[in-house]
Design a protein around this ligand. Sequence first.
Ligand code: AMP
Ligand code: GLY
Length: 445
Amino acid sequence: MKVLVIGQGGREHAVAWKLMQSEKVEKVYVCPGNGGTAKEQDIENIDLSPADTPSLIDFANRENIDLTIVGPEAPLVDGIVDEFNKHNLKIFGPSKKYALLEGSKVFSKEFMKHFDIPTADYQMFSSGNEAKNFIEDKQHPIVIKADGLAAGKGVVVSQNKNQSFEAIDELLASNHSNHIVIEEFLSGQELSAIYVCNFKGCSYEIALPWTKDYKSRDEYNSGPNTGGMGAISHPLGYEHKNSIFKLHIDIEKIMIKTITGINNYNKNLNNGYLGFLYIGLMIDNKNNIKVLEYNCRLGDPETQNLMLTLENKNIDLLDLIINQPISSIKDINLDKIEDVDDSFCCTIVLAAIGYPGEYKKGFYIDHSDVIENNNLKIFHAGTTLKNNKFQSTGGRILTVNAYSDTKENALAAAYRNIKKIKIYEDADMKVQNQDLVFYREDIGN
Ligand code: AMP
Ligand code: GLY
C-alpha cells in the first residue's frame, strides 16, 4: 500500500514510522512532514499544506494513494474527509458533521448534556457582559473556553475575576468563535482514552492503551497550559484491580454513549463515526469520571507513546484501521494491547525555551549520540532537515520515547537519552547552547 499522512507534528512522524513497520506498506508520504520524517527510509515529505485539500486530492489521485490518514483536527473540521469521499479516495477520519465533536465546544457540551454523558457544569455566552455578570460571584478557579478551534489557545483556567474578565474579552474578540463556554473547574487525574473506529463500522471500535498527557509547562502541573510536555502509558497503576475495573466499565459506557449518540445525531448520513476518537477525561479522587473534551484525532504527544507501544506488542496499525485481510476483529490479538505485565512507555518533549509563549527557532539539534531502536525512538515535531542537519522550527521540537518492562526503566532510559541531545546556535555546530531548550523533569509522576 501507499499511504498518505497529513500533518507535520510528532504525532504524524510516529504514525508514518509505525505504518512503515508494516509489511503491507510500500511507501508513506507525509504532507508536509518534518525533519524527522525527511530522514526516515521509505518516507517522503511532500511540500503541500494540510489546508490545501484540492492539491492533496490531486496528489492522492496522481500517486495512486491507497489510504490517507489525517493527523490534525483543522482539516477534519474543515471537511477534508467529505471532499476525499466525493473523489472516491479512501481516507481515515471523521467527516465534517462528526468532527463537530471537537470543532465546537458549544456543540460538544450540548451533545454531552443531551446524551447524559458526565461533564463539567457549564453555561454558554455570546455576550461579554452577560458572561462577566455570571462570573461576578463565582468561585475560582473557573474554566473559560472558546467555541471554535484555537490552536491550543482556546482554554483558560482562570484563577481570579480579573483574569476571567480578560479571558472573556480576548476569546470573544478573537476570530475563533462568537460564543464561549464557562465551566466548572475539575480537579483530579487526566486520562486520554483513544479509540480506533475503523472501516468495519463502529461496533468494532478498538481501545488503545490509556495514556496520560502532561499538559502544563512546568513540574508539578504549574505554569501555562501547553500542547503536552510528555506522556506515559498505564498512568493509573494496576495495584487496585477493582478501581481499574470500575474505571474500565465507566469509560466504556462513556465511549458507547458517545458513539451511539453521534451516530444517532447524524443518522441521515449513511455511515457512522470513522476515525480516531480521543476522549479526554478527568478522574477525581473518588474515581468519578467526567469528560473534559473530545478530539476527533489522535493526541500529541500521546501518539508517539502509543505507536512505540504498538510496535513492541507487534500490532500493525493498519490492521486496527482497515481490519483487512483479517476477517474478524478477534483475529487481531487485542489482549496484547491490554497486557501490562511487560509494558511501560514514557515520552518526554524537548521544547524551545519560551514555549508555549514566544520561543526561539532556527537553532540546530544533534541527537546522533542517542542509539535508536524499537525500545527507544525519537519522533520529531518542530524541525526541518537542512543540509542534512536538523534545524528547529517549532516550540515542541521532538520527543524521546522509551519502552521497557518497568516504569522505572522506561523513565530512566528516556531521561538518560534526552540528556545526550546537543543543541547548537550555529549551522557549523560549534557554539553549543543547551539553554535554548527545556523539558519537564517529572514525567511519570
Ligand atoms: P480542552 O481543550 O477542553 O481539553 O482543554 C485543554 C486542557 O485544559 C485540558 O486538557 C485540561 O488540562 C484543561 N481543562 C479543560 N477543561 C477543564 C476543566 N473543566 N477543569 C479543569 N481543567 C480543564
Ligand atoms: N495532547 C493533547 C491533545 O492532543 O489534544
